[in-house]
Design a protein around this ligand. Structure first.
Ligand code: AMP
Length: 222
């Protein structure tokens, strides 16, 4: 099964994609995580994307598509995949389709519908391990030891782009870009919406129900 999770920043795409990896055996590919890792490594790609990521603006479509298609091509043909944070624009959706040729890049696209007050509360409480990238939350996913990662003991930090001004900018950019993307996938009969509010387990159950209904779960572990 190949899925893309869409939704504004804070809708829970990353957390849901991690659960899909753990419980359904899907490979979780997140453009945001790839860019942050490359920036931390100081690679050429990391240097090219740094100014966009720290400002909370979008990395140019051609570069994002190139990076994602490369990663997808490295996976075995039958591998199940959940894309998180990609495609983000119609240009990326078209670029993905064109680059994959006749290989169907996605079975479906799932939009996490989430009210803005939930988004802001989630984003401002988010903490990320500076060492391994694990996500925590001050209210809903607290680390066992304050300020330290449960997985590797690294220091927990606020992402630069989770600061209040940048959160507002990211939500505004997302609103402008998301509508045409949703219409694009709607026209292609690929768009499904689920409620992204509530606990992660509840949202995961909604997603699994959708996958069963659509017959996407064949061949994956669950
Ligand atoms: P995220 O972790 O998905 O919120 O992404 C963090 C940042 O990475 C975004 O604010 C953008 O600067 C960049 N980014 C991630 N995914 C994309 C994408 N599909 N297109 C353009 N920029 C992206």
């Amino acid at each position: 099964m190949r899925l893309a999770l869409l939704g504004p920043p804070g809708a829970g795409k990353g957390s849901l994609a991690s659960v899909c990896e753990e419980r359904l055996g899907l490979r979780h590919l997140s453009t945001g995580n790839i860019f942050r890792q490359e920036m931390a490594r100081g690679s050429a790609l990391g240097r090219r994307v740094r100014r966009f990521v720290t400002a909370g603006t979008l990395v140019p479509d051609s570069l994002v598509v190139q990076v994602m298609v490369q990663r997808l091509r490295r996976l075995p043909r039958a591998a199940g995949v959940v894309l998180d944070g990609f495609p983000r624009t119609v240009g990326q959706a078209r670029g993905l389709q064109a680059a994959m040729g006749r290989v169907k890049p996605l079975d479906g696209v799932v939009y996490l519908e989430t009210p803005e007050r939930v988004l802001v509360a989630r984003l401002s409480g988010r903490r990320v391990c500076a060492q391994c990238g694990a996500n925590f939350h001050l209210r809903t996913m607290r680390p066992r030891r304050a300020g330290r990662c449960d997985r590797c003991g690294g220091p927990l930090t606020v992402r630069n782009d989770d600061r209040p001004d940048t959160i507002r900018r990211r939500l505004a950019i997302d609103r402008a870009k998301a509508q045409p993307l949703l219409r694009y996938y709607e026209r292609h009969g690929m768009l499904h919406r689920i409620n992204g509010a509530g606990r992660l387990g509840t949202v995961f159950d909604r997603l699994v129900r959708l996958c069963r209904r659509e017959g996407w779960l064949k061949g994956s572990r669950r």
